[in-house]
Design a protein around this ligand. Structure first.
Ligand code: 13P
Length: 391
């Protein structure tokens, strides 16, 4: 069948040009000549990312490709210390370095992991033998990413709600990270559910910041991972979580559109639609899968290449099981890849084993490898309790 074309008015509006109909086709068909011509004619928006266009699309596609997903090891110093405190692991830079060395030197990790998200402290750290972590990551075939927000702070006039900060000076920081070899970035907003919250003020302000961050990333040639997280804490039902998640995502995509973010060159990282942790009714794995994908279908444009879920405090096996159910039920029909960008759901079992002791490194690495593989299997809809056993 012949390709479908549409006519676009360009420049002063008097000239028309034929371009392929779907945006995916449009993007695929951009060779430099056409791109230049369209730019000259004023067809493309001013912020159309010129030479970054293909680079952004390629990076986003590679991050989403096959059965692999992202590993988040970007806990801030205080969050990492909090996790260490539970085990009595010393809360020092050297122990954080040792923990991250354990992770990045796990052999075979790249079989399941396409991209690793680092924290600023970590990206400057090295293995004991002096090799920078970022070199180890790149050499193992994993794309390095970086968390660039500076945290969620109490929001003025909005008790119980937070606004994520970090836009000031972001352009310069992105340029520096890009020089180091980083190819994608992450910014997380948190939306709490409770009495009278979330408010429009909180949703709007966070969505706006996410979109401004995403535009700056694309300008710098880095794929933005856009992360609005509706938190699990609370007594809310799964339906209420679905309503709030859809509202947040619609607002985020409105703002991404306003800020001229190219959807083909970004990744959405978000929560699954779940009942609150203290909600008396806890739905089945299949119900969660259905509610999550239904919500996403209503709010996430098809041009986005991948949705990578955060685990948000679910147990490692629940996170895998729910992702698995989504892929069994929707993989063939969903317009985007249904993938993962887990932190705790990949790291936690390994941290339980490591406990800060050199002697436990090798077994902890096996646990980390295993959890990463469970989630690769979940992307294929092939995860089951049998593979929970470390071989
Ligand atoms: P969790 O999977 O532990 O929620 O972490 C994901 C993450 O990167 C949060 O920003």
């Amino acid at each position: 069948m012949g390709r479908m074309f549409r006519r676009f008015r360009i420049g002063n509006g008097k000239t028309e040009r034929k371009v392929p109909a779907s945006s995916v086709e449009l993007v695929k068909s951009f060779n430099n000549t056409l791109l230049n011509k369209l730019q000259k004619k004023g067809f493309l928006m001013q912020n159309d990312f010129g030479t970054n266009l293909q680079k952004l699309i390629n990076t986003a596609k590679t991050l989403a490709a096959g059965d692999k997903g992202l590993l988040a090891l970007d806990e801030s110093i205080s969050t990492c210390n909090k996790r260490f405190a539970k085990y009595g692991i010393p809360q020092t830079e050297e122990f954080r370095r040792a923990w991250r060395e354990l992770i990045v030197t796990t052999s075979g990790l790249s079989e399941s992991i396409s991209g690793a998200i680092l924290f600023d402290e970590t990206i400057h750290q090295k293995k004991k033998d002096g090799t920078p972590f970022i070199t180890i990551i790149i050499n193992s075939g994993i794309i390095p990413g970086i968390k660039v927000d500076i945290g969620a702070k109490e929001m003025a006039g909005h008790p119980g709600e937070k606004i994520t900060e970090g836009l000031d000076g972001l352009r310069a920081r992105l340029a520096e990270y890009s020089q180091m070899g980083v190819r994608f970035a992450k910014w997380r907003s948190v939306i709490a559910m409770g009495d009278g919250i979330p408010s429009w003020g909180c949703i709007n302000a966070n969505a706006h910041a996410l979109a401004r961050y995403a535009a700056l990333c694309q300008e710098a040639g880095l794929v933005p991972v856009v992360e609005p997280e509706v938190l699990m804490g609370g007594v809310h039902t799964m339906e209420q979580c679905g309503e709030v998640t859809a509202k947040v995502l619609r607002t985020v995509f409105d703002q991404l559109y306003i800020q001229r973010v190219m959807l083909e060159g970004m990744i959405l990282k978000t929560n699954m639609v779940l009942p609150g942790l203290t909600c008396p009714k806890q739905e089945t794995v299949n119900d969660v899968a259905d509610a999550t994908v239904q919500c996403l279908l209503q709010a996430v444009p098809a041009a986005v290449p991948a949705i990578t879920f955060l685990s948000g405090g679910q147990s490692a096996s629940f996170a895998s099981d729910r992702l698995n159910a989504m892929n069994i039920r929707f993989k063939s029909r969903a317009p985007w890849a249904l993938s993962f960008s887990f932190g705790r759901a990949i790291q936690q079992p390994a941290l339980d084993i490591w406990q800060g002791r050199e002697a436990n490194v090798s077994v902890a690495q096996q646990a980390l490898y295993h959890r990463a593989k469970c989630n690769r299997d979940a992307r294929r809809g092939k995860y089951d309790s049998e593979i929970e056993r470390v071989s």
